[in-house]
Design a protein around this ligand. Structure first.
Ligand SMILES: O=C(O)CCC(=O)C(=O)O
Ligand SMILES: [Fe+2]
Length: 526
């Protein structure tokens, strides 16, 4: 699970460092502009020199008697002997060394290949979860919402190559076809531009499409793609060579070749990323009785200031508390966390060491605060104690989390221990609280696949659920997912309530009918 051990900037894992990228690009561009100015100054000087020499040459051409004059002869010899040496020295003198050295010094700040992989995986997970088409994403249509952004053919090709590296052939094919489609729409750009700036030629895209189709044993389609590539780039030797190989294979070996295994495990994928992240497939839940109440029972203070509470599920018990954090508090938490955020790690509990690793099953950045870290955390802790009726002296630190591009948290359970080891007296996560600190433009819900429930972030609200049932056993239907963010950024803050210490607040009871006797929030079930 823990493939990435290096903790770097990880630009794609949160939006907090993304604006740094824009600043870096501004800086690089102004430096390259200086370099261009230095180059054009030199080119101007050279042109001026050429002009002068042509003038001199013109003079010799027009006057036949020239060499009779010793002055002219002397001048010509001197010029040819020394001026050209000087010219060579000048021409060879490097230009913009300082600017180039500066560019070199900034390179370590740029996103790494691992950042690209993170970004591509973000798009892939988002695409799989919300079942989007590559061509829709490329055209800015995200899960039914049209945005005014689009991908360039080179972006689509990069997605295609990323998926090809992962042997995800059919997904790669979608992306490369999307690249061809986008390229077709944009028309031809000026041939003066460099390949780098102009992006890939349609022929390159067709060739890659041919490669992917070959991997999928779609020989006819592959041949067609190569034929188109050759039509567009008839002199490309590499395309031609590959085409010939393909043609040979098609004619001879096609039937006995083993089919290249596709890595795509679509079942596995849909299990990890349940399709209902969109919330559109929810069915009405069978909640009898009130499911929207003012909680004034779990703390005497709530008699004065009851908390608007939605009961989202009874077994497991899932609540949504409204207005738990003010806008001012959310802003403060987000802004003061920004500079301390690190790529979210997870503790490998099975490993012998207690090392933290950057996780691949959650793409976010986070930072921890104790309940007493400042006035805001103290106030929020107290409010949570009031809302849940649980003892806040037995809770873990707050964790502030920000999700970046396609940021997600794969489907998981929050408790750490097995039922058996929990009863040995080790602490575990009795309940989870997720405070939503901002509004996410699109996507980013918290989804419970076994409850058919998707909760979308509402600023200031707090989602609360018990991970352990009333007997203290695992409640496996609390399985949940942090769905990929589509547009925007998602800030949440979690707090886990420990089981040890809540014995009087939430004692074990045998049947849920007696839960209304409990001092904790289950009293709301009347
Ligand atoms: O971000 C979310 O919606 C889920 C977060 C979560 O499950 C966790 O932090 O354990
Ligand atoms: Fe969780």
């Amino acid at each position: 699970q823990w493939q990435e051990k290096d903790v770097q900037k990880r630009y794609s894992r949160s939006v907090v460092n993304m604006d740094e990228l824009l600043n870096i690009e501004d800086d690089l561009v102004s430096n390259v502009e200086k370099l261009a100015e230095a180059l054009s100054r030199k080119a101007k000087t050279i042109k001026w020199g050429v002009f002068k020499m042509m003038k001199r040459r013109q003079k010799y051409k027009t006057s036949r008697e020239l060499f009779a004059n010793p002055i002219d002869s002397f001048s010509l010899v001197r010029h040819m002997q020394s001026d050209w040496l000087m010219w060579l020295v000048y021409l060879e003198k490097p230009v913009g060394e300082e600017e180039l050295a500066y560019l070199h010094s900034r390179m370590p700040l740029l996103p790494k290949y691992s950042d690209f992989i993170d970004a591509a995986e973000g798009i892939r997970k988002m695409q799989a979860t919300y079942q989007m088409l590559a061509s829709d994403i490329a055209n800015g249509l995200l899960d039914g919402v049209q945005y005014n952004s689009s991908l360039k053919p080179i972006d689509c090709l990069a997605m295609g190559h990323h998926l090809m590296n992962d042997s995800r052939w059919s997904a790669a094919e979608q992306w490369i076809s999307a690249g061809i489609e986008v390229k077709g729409k944009k028309g031809k750009s000026s041939s003066m531009e460099m390949e780098l700036l102009r992006g890939p030629k349609v022929a390159d895209l067709c060739r890659t499409l041919g490669q992917v189709q070959m991997k999928q044993k779609n020989h006819e389609a592959a041949l067609q793609a190569y034929q188109l590539a050759l039509k567009l780039s008839p002199h490309d030797a590499e395309i031609f060579a590959e085409y010939r190989v393909l043609e040979q294979r098609y004619l001879t070996l096609s039937s006995i070749e083993p089919i290249e295994q596709e890595d795509e495990d679509s079942d596995g994928e849909s299990l990890l990323f349940p399709p209902c992240c969109s919330g559109r497939c929810e069915v009405s839940r069978n909640l009898t009785g009130l499911y929207c109440v003012y909680n004034h029972v779990t703390s005497p203070f709530l008699q004065l200031a009851p908390i608007k509470t939605e009961i989202l599920s009874i077994d497991p018990f899932v609540l949504l508390f409204h207005d738990m954090i003010s806008q001012k508090e959310s802003t403060l938490i987000r802004s003061s966390s920004k500079e301390h955020m690190l790529p979210s790690a997870t503790t490998d509990v099975d490993a012998s060491g207690s090392e933290d690793h950057v996780a691949t099953f959650r793409t976010s950045k986070s930072v921890w605060y104790s309940s007493t870290s400042n006035d805001t955390t103290k106030r929020i802790t107290e409010r949570l104690g009031d809302a849940t009726g649980l003892d806040m002296n037995f809770t873990e630190y707050f964790q502030v989390i920000n999700y970046g591009l396609g940021g997600f948290f794969e489907t998981h359970l929050d408790m750490l221990l097995s039922d058996r080891s929990r009863f040995n007296g080790t602490r575990d996560r009795l309940a989870t609280t997720l405070f939503y600190l901002n509004e996410v433009r699109q996507g980013g819900g918290t989804h419970f696949p076994r409850l058919n429930l998707t909760v979308f972030p509402q600023p200031g609200s707090a989602l609360f659920w018990y991970n352990l049932d009333t007997r203290g056993n695992d409640h496996t239907s609390t399985l949940h997912t942090g769905c990929p963010v589509i547009v925007g950024s998602k800030w949440v803050m979690s707090k886990w309530v420990e089981d040890a210490g809540q014995e009087f607040k939430r004692p074990c009871v045998d049947s849920s009918s007696s839960t209304k006797e409990l001092p904790s929030a289950e009293r709301l079930l009347i």
